[in-house]
Design a protein around this ligand. Structure first.
Ligand SMILES: Nc1ncnc2c1ncn2[C@@H]1O[C@H](COP(=O)(O)OP(=O)(O)O)[C@@H](O)[C@H]1O
Ligand SMILES: [Mg+2]
Length: 300
């Protein structure tokens, strides 16, 4: 039987509720303003541009996903925004003030597990607070409160190696949120988790985000993840990294896993796929298969 592709709506079509939501988001103050950010590296005497002319205004409580192929500069970009690396040119403002260098107002969650293995879960969350000058007593109170928010109060005295991958990332989220950041920066935080845990963590993150006043900048290369989480999606292309398109997500909130099969979700995912992997009707690259004899020699 011939394959008939689904008839999908235009990914730019928005229901009145979704259009209204974007209207109110645009009216909110800009928390993070990034202007013309560029980063290049010197490699063997020549200059390698990781990304260029990256500009973005993120409004209060907006959830932004950045998606793009491997190597397009996503991690470099978010590390610069976190203050862990320095840009070659361009500016960043948080609440209208120029920033540079790391600060608790920009909390970061990394893809790898970055908890201190020699500290208990509670002490891991307390660490950043104490570094920022909070007294041990206050830091402990706050850490326990945040562990409750991420559902891990019972594990306060456990060590990271006693936790599953998903639990470790929940501690990492608590650690990033404890100092009340203005922006939560996340670089593929669920990338190392199995598919089921990843899906649970996505729903979990949406729940936390709904409860607290935080703006999120989330990096992923997973199309479903971006469609499920984001308000706006920034699609990047590679060599050098550039913004290819900024898309307002037409999928209504509150989000449910079942919406992954809705026409607007599929239309959006199809568009992301097209931007990242090229048009669907492009010829698929056929990789040659080398046949071997039983002895392992190449068949002529
Ligand atoms: N410290 C570095 N020195 C030289 N090149 C780097 C360095 N860090 C990253 N790059 C290069 O910058 C580009 C973007 O890398 P990265 O930000 O890790 O991409 P992504 O996270 O999108 O996969 C890549 O080509 C990478 O090789
Ligand atoms: Mg990366």
């Amino acid at each position: 039987m011939a394959f008939t592709p689904l008839q999908l709506p235009d990914y730019r079509e928005q229901s009145p509720e979704v259009a209204e939501r974007f209207r109110t988001i645009r009216e909110r103050p800009v928390v993070l303003k990034v202007t013309d950010l560029c980063k290049s590296f010197g490699v063997n005497g020549s200059t390698h541009v990781a990304f260029e002319n990256f500009s973005l205004d993120i409004h209060r409580r907006e959830f932004i996903c950045i998606i793009g192929p491997s190597g397009c500069g996503k991690s470099t970009l978010i590390r610069i925004i976190a203050g862990l690396d320095e840009q070659t040119s361009g500016h960043m403002l948080v609440d209208g003030k120029e920033v540079g260098g790391p600060s608790p107002e920009r909390g970061m969650v990394f893809q790898g597990y970055t908890l201190f293995p020699w500290l208990t879960v509670k002490r891991n969350v307390m660490f950043g607070l104490q570094m920022g000058g909070t007294s041990a007593l206050d830091a402990e109170g706050k850490a326990l409160q945040w562990l409750k928010v991420v559902g891990l109060a019972r594990f306060a005295e456990a060590y990271p190696d006693q936790l599953s991958g998903g639990m470790k990332q929940r501690v990492a989220i608590a650690r990033a949120l404890a100092p009340n950041p203005r922006v939560l920066l996340m670089d593929e935080p669920f990338g190392a988790l199995d598919a089921l845990t990843r899906c649970k963590m996505q729903s979990y993150l949406l729940q936390i985000w709904k409860e607290i006043n935080v703006t999120v900048l989330f990096i992923t290369h997973d199309l479903d993840e971006a469609c499920y989480l984001a308000d706006r999606i920034i699609v990047m292309s590679a060599n050098p990294g550039r913004v290819a398109e900024v898309i307002e997500n037409p999928v209504p909130r509150p989000r449910r896993v079942a919406q992954m099969l809705s026409p607007e979700f599929l239309a959006l995912k199809h568009r992301l796929d097209e931007l990242i992997h090229g048009p669907a009707d492009a010829e698929e690259e056929i990789l040659p298969v080398v046949k071997l004899t039983e002895a392992g020699d190449e068949v002529e």
